[in-house]
Design a protein around this ligand. Structure first.
Ligand SMILES: [Zn+2]
Length: 417
């Protein structure tokens, strides 16, 4: 093992994934929920693997994130990130592929002489499965976690988030000090399963992620007047459900006419909701997503305009109330180009796509030039035990992350110092 073999052992990463599935999963799937014993077992496994790499040091930061460092001549560094935690009954690849791929890259590159330092981070509690707050460790590091907004969160058994963290040596009020770790960071890289159907439909193993969608989430209330289903002629009705239904179709058609955006009417309630009357009230929730902030703003304006026109045509009124919003987060243009070239070299063809789900990379992109690779997900399925990707595609993705790391180190060395 003392040979200076720089090749990334992609097959070993896949073996590691299978071993972790045995150690931390059961017949219902992965059980590595953050701040539980099974999660700790997975992290202990990782720690042992990292400790066995010559010259690599391992530390845990104030937010519970694990950092492994392979030093170079300079303290400035490139980061590879992932998360060992899963949802309950989760998939065997989500998050942990990133970490195990990063482990192999670190193992391959650590013995090589290098100008820059290379780090691997295992973020704490990406999924938010126990307390409902996703991206906990990475947002603490990025400086976007407000302790007061998560202090009162409890799990199903009534345990508070601060107590669960404290049981693992993490003081919520000091978690933000994790951000000191980013001093000297030049780039952040993450490999993740796509969790959607796009790459499989294109029959491609890998894609380059442009960024994560911005989200506009609203409650849309249509108000007419309910009346008797038999007594009220069709042309005098003020049917709030029909106004809402026509609007929902307009939202869908608008999204269909644009490139790579989403519009979803999820929640629908009507009142009075009985068989002998039409409805005087109907409330929808609308979730709109796009990568371009101007497109997202235009989608919202278009939807509001359509709902007002349709409501008027149906003799109804409409009111909008924002539930939640987050801005789109674009990854770094230069790193996207580098990743694109890597994917073409390693997999033959590349494809650029936005990410629907949020990832730790979205938090890092606020602070450090960032890019992500996606590897195909079979059936577009994730967060279930059916989550899968062919082994050969997993191996290709690990090799691609290795090559991306090399080229990013060279890019950061040339541009960052
Ligand atoms: Zn994930």
């Amino acid at each position: 093992m003392a040979t200076r073999e720089p090749t990334v052992d992609a097959a070993r990463a896949v073996e590691g994934l299978r071993e972790l599935r045995r150690l931390t999963g059961d017949e219902d799937g992965a059980q590595r929920v953050a701040w539980t014993d099974t999660w700790i077992a997975a992290r202990d496994w990782l720690r042992a693997e990292l400790d066995a790499i010559d010259g690599v040091t391992v530390e845990t930061d104030q937010a519970g994130n694990t950092w492994a460092t392979a030093p170079g001549d300079s303290d400035r560094f490139v980061i590879i990130g992932g998360h060992m935690d899963s949802v309950p009954d989760g998939g065997w690849l989500d998050g942990v592929l990133n970490v195990l791929a990063g482990l192999e890259v670190l193992r391959a590159l650590a013995p090589e002489p290098r100008a820059l330092t290379l780090k691997l981070v295992d973020w704490a509690d990406e999924e938010g499965a126990r307390f409902g707050r996703s991206l906990l460790g990475s947002s603490a590091c990025a400086g976007t976690l407000d302790p007061d907004r998560v202090r009162d969160l409890t799990d199903r058994d009534g345990v508070t988030l601060p107590d669960a963290l404290a049981a693992h040596g993490v003081d919520l009020d000091r978690a933000g000090e994790s951000g000191e770790r980013l001093e000297g960071a030049l780039a952040y890289l993450e490999l993740h399963i796509e969790q959607g159907p796009v790459l499989e439909r294109l029959d491609l193993p890998l894609g380059v992620v442009l960024g994560t969608f911005g989200v506009q989430r609203h409650r849309v209330r249509f108000k007419g007047a309910h009346a008797h289903a038999g007594a009220t002629p069709m042309d005098v009705r003020r049917d709030a459900f029909l106004a809402a239904a026509r609007s929902a179709l307009a939202f869908r058609d608008d999204a269909l006419a644009r490139e790579d955006v989403r519009a979803t009417v999820g929640g629908v309630t009507v009142s009075p909701g009985i068989v002998t009357a039409f409805n005087g009230l109907c409330e929808l929730t609308l979730d709109q997503r796009a990568l371009d902030p101007e497109v997202l703003a235009d989608m919202l304006a278009t939807a509001q305009e359509a709902s007002r026109r349709i409501a008027a045509e149906e003799g109804c009124e409409v009111a909008w109330e924002r539930i939640w919003e987050i801005e789109p987060i674009r990854f770094d243009d230069q790193l996207i180009d580098i990743a694109d070239a890597v994917v073409e070299d390693v997999a033959g063809t590349s494809h650029r796509l936005p990410s629907g789900p949020l990832h730790d990379a979205a938090e890092m992109a606020r602070r450090v030039p960032t890019v992500m690779l996606f590897v195909k997900s079979l059936g577009g399925v994730s967060h279930t035990k059916e989550e899968d990707t062919p082994a050969e595609d997993l191996e290709t993705s690990v090799r691609a992350l290795g090559e991306l790391t090399r080229r990013t180190l060279a890019w950061a060395e040339a541009s960052g110092s």
